[in-house]
Design a protein. Structure first.
Length: 283
């Protein structure tokens, strides 16, 4: 994954798409190809319905706080962001229903729900900073997935498509919360302070849910599970190894989310247009 900056800051319109993936058929227990990566992806999915609703709510609140002229300038982009995130929320609710039938307990969602009062009590800029920070983490994850397709090499094809589609759309709207935060007067100091807190909280939540999934799956006691995990996280092409640099870019004073190469995401969406056709596009 490249950590270099691109000179282009051109924003594409945010297209809302309908994903044509079979989510009625049950998920294989180790749909990602092995126990550890399945537990990891399942954990991420468990956070999405509530987390993405929080993103949507922060954007609505932030847009309403803008004066009339900049609000009009942001309106279409925010609507596209909300449309994409609402679709992600719905798809992962369906995905998670299969996990619940497999006996997996979503404790991450319960923890997120307890944080709602704190988010609502924040200055809207701080809530947007939480959204922007999390969007950076998900966009870095998306970059990793697109640059390292072997991470889902053994996955069931329909579910691999689901995760790659989600990854591509994360790269499309990665700058919206950041720009809205900036338009409301958010500064670098608070942006990076909140980012560090979000990174720590996200890492702990993800680890806890992944470990719980492995325990409930019965894979906790297998040596192969931890070999898989070490390779997936810290191998030469592991997600922690390869995403360290891009994660740190957010701390730069001159950072902007669009200072990245999103060619792979645009190409994937173009090549899979029939899988995820547009519902509507921002004007």
């Amino acid at each position: 994954m490249s950590a270099s900056f691109s000179p282009s800051l051109v924003k594409p319109p945010l297209t809302v798409r309908r994903l044509r993936v079979d989510l009625d058929t049950a998920l294989p227990r180790h749909w990602a190809g092995d126990a550890f990566s399945t537990a990891f992806f399942n954990a991420l999915s468990m956070s999405f319905p509530v987390g993405e609703q929080y993103f949507i709510d922060s954007m609505r609140k932030g847009l309403a706080a803008l004066p009339d002229e900049p609000r009009a300038a942001f309106a279409d982009e925010v609507q596209g962001f909300i449309g994409q995130e609402a679709t992600h929320r719905h798809v992962h609710e369906r995905f998670n229903s299969h996990l619940a039938r497999q006996g997996l307990v979503n404790s991450w969602q319960a923890r997120l729900l307890t944080r709602r009062p704190l988010l609502e009590s924040m200055d809207v800029r701080n809530w947007l900073a939480v959204t922007a920070a999390t969007e950076h983490l998900t966009a870095v994850f998306a970059e990793f997935m697109l640059a390292h397709p072997q991470a889902l090499q053994g996955a069931e094809p329909r579910l691999r498509d689901l995760w790659l589609w989600h990854s591509c759309e994360e790269t499309e709207h990665r700058s919206t919360a950041f720009d809205l935060y900036t338009a409301l007067g958010g500064n670098h100091e608070w942006r990076t302070r909140i980012y560090k807190l979000v990174v720590r909280t996200f890492a702990v939540d993800l680890a806890r849910q992944t470990l719980r999934n492995l325990w409930q799956d019965g894979s906790w006691w297998r040596l192969s599970t931890w070999v898989q995990g070490a390779r997936f996280l810290w191998g030469d092409d592991g997600i922690v190894t390869r995403s360290a640099g891009p994660r740190q870019l957010y701390l730069r004073a001159d950072f902007h989310p669009l200072q990245t190469d999103e060619t792979a995401a645009r190409q994937w969406l173009h090549d899979h247009a029939e899988l995820a056709p547009p519902v509507r596009a921002a004007a």
